[in-house]
Design a protein around this ligand. Structure first.
Ligand SMILES: [Fe+2]
Ligand SMILES: [Fe+2]
Length: 386
């Protein structure tokens, strides 16, 4: 195990420095940061990266990356023709059907709403909330996919190995397709876009602007895509809408490869890093975990529905099921960080943090290099709706 000496310890960052607040569960601080579209219609981030040519064209020097690349070439699909866009989506009906089918998973089931605006909500208001919730969720998927598109294009430039450049190029195509299908679904089947969640935006800015090539992988492939894979799996299992189910199945097959790509690329590299360097990776993973947890509060929906912050804080802090749901979303991330040695590096700093967050129990689940989906051929049978 790598250890941290006293000079490293004095460099230890506080929560305030890492995530902008002392208490992880300071809901008021989390809710105070809401995402908005910029007036100019775009968001520009300097990516600070040196583009790296390699003169070593030896294909297959990294056999597992090569295998993943060969699988990825066969697994390409067409978002316009492989999905059944003729399926009509009646969003209000979908919201009602989902609620009916997933009674036990309703996050508000046991919350005490008394004294809040939500207490006066009837079926109509909850239906509006359900519709906005779907619009927000799919919007975040779409924006996150664009983040993945940009990050993976950056990896093509910065990663030093030819097998990784080849593979990353296939992922760029995958991510373009994901942005395309989520965007089409939002425009043609749902009823409105949301801007990128503020906390997700902070995280993506940090990932994109970091000059170290491995940080792009750690932030995107391990953290963001690891959480997305668990979230897609959850929505795939609970939605009653057949087109979304089909689309998520296709996307998940690609995402399994992407997360495996992250683990396979980083595991060797991290063996070479010092304890202090690993500590920086741990801190980055922790920051990412908190940002992704923060976004689940859906600040933008509450703002649009004009629900006061104090009411949202009151309800969230009393919704016990919400914690279970949040924790579940870390089921892919924790085993992968363990595989990378990041839980126990630097005196187990990250293990302690994840223990406090209640997600450490996932560490022994299958990591993404062993997921069947990652190395599947992606034939139509393998992607069928299950
Ligand atoms: Fe994606
Ligand atoms: Fe991805």
């Amino acid at each position: 195990m790598t250890t941290v000496d006293d000079s490293d310890r004095s460099m230890m960052k506080t929560n305030l420095e890492l995530i902008g607040r002392e208490k992880i569960n300071d809901l008021e601080a989390v809710l105070s940061f809401v995402g908005h579209y910029e007036e100019q219609g775009f968001h520009r981030v300097p990516d600070n990266c040196p583009a790296e040519f390699t003169w070593d064209y030896d294909k297959g020097a990294k056999p597992q990356l090569d295998k993943l690349y060969e699988k990825a070439k066969k697994a390409q699909w067409n978002g316009q023709t492989d999905l059944d866009w003729s399926i009509e989506v009646d969003l209000e009906k979908v919201v009602m059907n989902n609620a009916e089918a997933n009674q036990d998973q309703m996050l508000w089931g046991q919350a005490d709403l008394s004294g809040t605006v939500l207490d006066s909500w009837g079926d109509k208001e909850w239906l509006i909330f359900g519709v906005e919730n779907q619009n927000w969720l799919l919007s975040q998927f779409m924006h996150g996919e664009q983040g993945a598109l940009l990050c993976t294009a950056k990896i093509v430039e910065t990663v030093p190995w030819i097998d990784a450049k080849y593979y990353a190029a296939t992922q760029v195509m995958d991510e373009a397709r994901h942005v395309e299908v989520f965007s089409k679904y939002l425009d043609t089947k749902l009823s409105g876009h949301y801007p990128m969640n503020g906390h997700l935006g902070l995280l993506l800015d940090d990932i994109v602007s970091d000059s170290r090539w491995d940080m792009t992988y750690l932030g995107m492939q391990i953290m963001v895509e690891g959480l997305a894979l668990a979230a897609f799996g959850f929505i795939h299992s609970m939605t009653t809408e057949p087109l979304l189910k089909q689309m998520l199945r296709y996307v998940m097959a690609d995402e399994a490869r992407h997360v495996a790509f992250g683990v396979l690329s980083l595991q060797e590299y991290y063996l070479e890093l010092s304890a202090a360097e690993l500590r920086e990776r741990q801190e980055f993973a922790f920051e990412a975990a908190i940002r992704m947890k923060d976004r689940l509060i859906m600040q933008e929906v509450w703002e649009r529905l004009e629900v006061p912050t104090a009411d949202v804080v009151k309800v969230y802090s009393q919704a016990p099921d919400r914690d279970d749901f949040q924790i579940l979303l870390f089921s892919k991330i924790v085993p992968n960080l363990r595989k990378l040695g990041l839980l126990d590096a630097a005196d187990g700093w990250l293990r302690e943090k994840f223990t406090d967050m209640g997600v450490i129990a996932f560490e022994h689940l299958t990591d993404s290099t062993e997921e069947e989906d990652a190395f599947a051929d992606g034939s139509p049978v393998e992607r069928q709706v299950v």
